[in-house]
Ligand binder design. Structure first.
Ligand code: TXA
Ligand code: MG
Length: 330
């Protein structure tokens, strides 16, 4: 066994929380569960720790990180909240919503974490273990999804281990996550903007705002300079196997990512079949999405054929991740 390739995994509990907080204080990297996906945490005020985090993920340094904090009060120390932002925070925190806001003068989040932008992305996670770690540590924790850059996001500790073992200091295992897609990101600009669809459906946010969210400009989706949401990198969520969307039949040797109970011509010749939700439950489909993409990616199929998923509610986030997966890497 190669010790350099292993990272300790602790089951969620008091000891793991204390070890995680200690590790963060020492500038270490800790993977922990949030309700959306597993995050890879570092002390948001420690530029060396953040540099190691970018290195461990192989992430382009211009892609800024989300600062995770325990509550709205902590968030207001690092960013300016107007009435709209407060309404969103009160409606959805703790939970799968990230707000992009202008930094305060005293904001201690390192420039390296915000990629030099004068805005900062903030979220208050709902997962009890994430909350315990934030409380024990006592400061903002930056945490991108705990996967290698370009891979699909991890929804179990085993996914984290398969991407990052030996590259990070600790993994806290809290079992499978509940939501399964990353947080929704809203830019709190003059006109609030949907920077990334995610765990809170657009409609629920628009109901609180009393207005429609605007779309980012088209060129924000390109891998250039400083786009509005650099995480919109077209190739962000790609498995290695090609992904074919809106399949209405299966070609021999393809794997099927199904949705619903409809019949699929050619399914008998499929290399593997997994169903995101047989009874068309979009929340169940979101929770299964990344795990099933990983599992089918490991089957050596010639492609992963994906049945259409309806676009309402959480379907917008699911279809966004599937579209990125289909674009492939590079
Ligand atoms: O659910 C989640 O949000 C998970 C869990 C771990 O909290 N985190 C996550 O982080 O998905 P990450 O790093 O994979 O995605 C963060 C996204 C990226 O698309 C990044 O470009 C965007 O947030 N972002 C961060 N700061 C930003 C800013 N100031 N302006 C615009 N986009 C920003
Ligand atoms: Mg990510």
């Amino acid at each position: 066994m190669n010790l350099a390739l292993s990272t300790p995994i602790l089951p969620a509990g008091e000891a793991a929380v204390a070890a995680a907080a200690h590790c963060l204080r020492e500038g270490g990297l800790v993977a922990f569960p949030t309700e959306t996906v597993y995050g890879l945490g570092a002390d948001a005020t420690n530029p060396e720790a953040i540099a190691r985090l970018y290195q461990a993920k192989g992430r382009p340094a211009f892609n800024p990180l989300i600062a995770h904090v325990g509550d709205l009060e902590a968030a207001q120390r690092i960013a300016h909240f107007d009435a709209q932002a407060i309404a969103l925070a009160e409606a959805f925190w703790p939970g799968p919503l990230t707000l992009v806001l202008s930094r305060t003068e005293g904001c201690k989040v390192a420039d390296l974490a915000t990629a030099g932008l004068d805005t900062v992305a903030i979220r208050v996670p709902a997962h009890p273990i994430a909350r315990d770690i934030l409380r024990a540590f006592g400061g903002p924790v930056v945490a991108p999804s705990a996967n290698l850059s370009g891979h699909v996001s991890p929804t179990t500790a085993a996914h984290v281990q398969s991407d990052l073992a030996g590259r990070i200091d600790l993994i806290v295992d809290g079992g499978a996550v509940a939501v399964g897609v990353e947080s929704t990101i809203v830019g709190c600009f003059d006109a609030p903007m949907l920077l990334r669809p995610g765990g809170v459906p657009r409609g629920e946010i628009e109901r609180v705002l009393g207005r429609a969210l605007v779309q980012p400009p088209d060129d924000a989706d390109k891998d250039t300079g400083q786009p509005l949401a650099p995480g919109m990198l077209a190739s962000h969520y790609a498995p290695r196997t090609p992904v074919r969307l809106n399949a209405n039949r299966i070609e021999a040797g393809e794997a099927l990512l199904a949705f619903g109970s409809g019949a699929m011509p050619g399914v008998d010749a499929a290399a593997a079949v997994m169903n995101l939700s047989a009874h068309c439950d979009l929340a169940e489909a979101a929770a299964n999405l990344f795990g099933y993409l990983r599992a089918l990616d490991a089957r050596g199929a010639r492609a992963i054929a994906v049945m259409p998923v309806p676009h309402h509610g959480l379907g917008e986030a699911i279809n966004d991740r599937l579209r990125r997966a289909a674009m492939g890497r590079e």
